[in-house]
Design a protein around this ligand. Structure first.
Ligand code: 0X9
Ligand code: CA
Ligand code: CA
Ligand code: CA
Ligand code: ZN
Length: 317
């Protein structure tokens, strides 16, 4: 489990219990299901939050994903904070109520529960990043858009950025792919927007990661401007640095390139606290509330534009 000093972090069983409690306490607006199982057979939980939660309504769908990377334990806390806020504050906070009534919010609190449980199993952190399939695959290099194209991942099994044997060779990325594919209804992708939470460096990143070019096939200058404008506005609220993903370093096979490249889902990667420093993956549990609440406004702004992100540059949808 987590070291005693960090016991306020939620391990997998505690995340599961918290999600069940949220759904049980708010049955009209929250419902818990699973998108399938991890390599080792853990459920990948999916919480839906919306008014008339049992009905698939014609509302923009927004997906929040956390903990692709095992050791990034602050990120499931971020997803749980969103889940708690958008249920507990329903009916009292006007902005929350409005978003719950007009969006369908999907939350996956841990994409990589096998890796995260492995990371804490001995009571001493292991700095584990990948999933637990064989040598471990970096889930954020295993998605099937320009997989392995551009030197942004590794073919070596021992590498921290091992891309796997094929695109979507990891059960966990398959489950995300199948869920997102399942949201094509009447020929139209219902998910309009995603934030994928990571740690660390305090960044707001937008596509593409596979190329340093600002625009590319499937990413027009106007779309790039919308990405950058909303990215900068969100970064204004949390003090993160906004930039294109490839400004950090080239990556290929990441979730954001796949979501945008395949479906034009407006997707951002947030790299949370801290900005830098040793022990960056393991901030003490005392910072959880401060560093997750730091993103409340950015999340609210993001949700408010989920009906039409180009609106941020006076564009239309
Ligand atoms: O390398 C990653 O996957 C992310 N950094 S982390 O330290 N959390 O592992 C950064 C990914 C940035 N690139 C894209 N999002 N495309
Ligand atoms: Ca502590
Ligand atoms: Ca609804
Ligand atoms: Ca819907
Ligand atoms: Zn990460």
């Amino acid at each position: 489990d987590f070291p005693t000093a960090d016991s306020n972090y939620h391990n997998y069983a505690e995340q599961t219990a918290e999600l069940r409690k949220i759904a049980a306490d708010h049955p009209a607006i929250a419902s818990l299901s699973t998108i399938g199982k991890s390599f080792q057979g853990r459920d990948l939980w999916l919480l839906k939050i919306s008014d008339n939660v049992g009905t698939d309504e014609a509302e923009p769908e927004v997906l929040f994903t956390c903990q692709q990377h095992a050791r990034e334990h602050l990120t499931p806390e971020m997803c749980l904070r969103i889940a708690n806020r958008y249920t507990d504050l329903y009916g009292t906070d006007a902005a929350v109520t409005n978003m719950v009534n007009t969006r369908e919010i999907w939350i996956v609190t841990s994409v990589n529960p096998d890796g995260s449980e492995y990371d804490i199993a001995t009571g001493n952190y292991r700095s584990w990043r990948k999933n637990r399939q064989g040598p471990g695959t970096d889930l954020n290099r295993n998605f099937g858009y320009r997989w392995g194209c551009c030197g942004g991942s590794s073919g070596s099994t021992g590498s921290e950025t091992y891309r796997g044997t094929a695109a979507f060779s990891a059960p966990e990325t398959q489950r995300i792919r199948d869920f997102v594919n399942s949201r094509v209804v009447g020929g139209r992708q219902q998910v309009t927007a995603n934030i994928d939470f990571h740690t660390f460096s305090e960044l707001v990143l937008w596509p593409f990661g596979y190329t340093t070019a600002d625009t590319a096939p499937g990413l027009s200058a106007a779309e790039q401007r919308a990405f950058a404008t909303l990215g900068r506005q969100m970064a204004q609220t949390n003090g993160y640095t906004p930039e294109q993903a490839s400004d950090l370093y080239i990556t290929d096979g990441t979730i954001d390139d796949w979501l945008w490249g395949t479906y034009k889902i407006w997707t951002y990667t947030f790299e949370m606290y801290p900005r830098s420093g040793n022990g960056g993956f393991y901030p003490p549990d005392e910072v959880i509330t401060r560093e997750t609440s730091r993103n409340d406004q950015a999340v609210a702004l993001f949700l408010s534009y989920a009906d039409c992100v180009p609106r941020v540059i006076n564009g239309t949808c």
